[in-house]
Design a protein around this ligand. Structure first.
Ligand SMILES: Cc1cc2nc3c(=O)[nH]c(=O)nc-3n(C[C@H](O)[C@H](O)[C@H](O)COP(=O)(O)O)c2cc1C
Length: 186
């Protein structure tokens, strides 16, 4: 698939098949993420790869955080939280290193890690996989960050849910043009 097709046909797909992805496919995705531009070549992204039981442990953590916030929630609500981690056979969690040297910059690091996320989504599309970039409250929760080994001050910028495509013949609406977001300075 050429790059423009990969870009123009990428869509968020929340529903994918449960079938596990082979390790070499997952590594291809991580390698694509790792090709992103980054200032000072510091590669400020951190990937945590969740498959199999790793997702179940993440689901338990989602439920635990939810229960801590809302102690009286019914069991069904906790089950719903648990199941969120099972919406795809692969979740790549992406976080950002905090600047270390004075020359480094928080926004630049987030920008680089975001580029890594987009590379992963485009590579997934080129490999015929469906994906969606999710965040929500868990992305900002210190306990969730701790669960993945991140510091509370580190930004967790995405849960990339990826799996074999389950949607067939879905017509995605055309996206608005770039024109109202662009100023030309000739
Ligand atoms: C930083 C970021 C966070 C997102 N978080 C969520 C999310 O929590 N839940 C969700 O359904 N989609 C989330 N999305 C996906 C957007 O909803 C989606 O990209 C948007 O609707 C445009 O659709 P498209 O990806 O098909 O072009 C997120 C996207 C980005 C870039």
């Amino acid at each position: 698939m050429d790059i423009f097709t990969a870009i123009n046909t990428r869509h968020s797909e929340g529903k994918v098949k449960a079938d596990e992805l082979p390790r070499d496919v997952i590594e291809k995705l991580l390698s694509a993420g790792n090709q992103a531009p980054n200032h000072f070549k510091i590669r400020p992204w951190r990937f945590v790869v969740l498959t199999g039981k790793g997702r179940e442990r993440f689901g338990e953590q989602l439920a635990a955080v939810f229960r801590a916030k809302f102690p009286d929630v019914p069991a069904e609500a906790l089950d719903k939280e648990r199941l969120k981690a099972l919406r795809a056979p692969l979740i790549i969690v992406v976080a950002v290193d905090q600047p270390v040297e004075p020359k480094e910059n928080e926004v630049e690091n987030i920008a680089a890690a975001s580029a890594a996320c987009q590379n992963i989504l485009l590579a997934a599309n080129a490999l015929g996989l469906g994906s969606i970039w999710r965040t929500g409250d868990p992305a900002r929760d210190p306990e969730i960050k701790k669960f993945f080994g991140f510091d509370p001050g580190q930004h967790l910028i995405g849960f990339l849910y990826i799996g074999y495509r389950d949607l067939v013949d879905v017509q995605f609406p055309a996206r608005p043009s770039f024109e109202d977001r662009t100023t030309w300075m000739d």
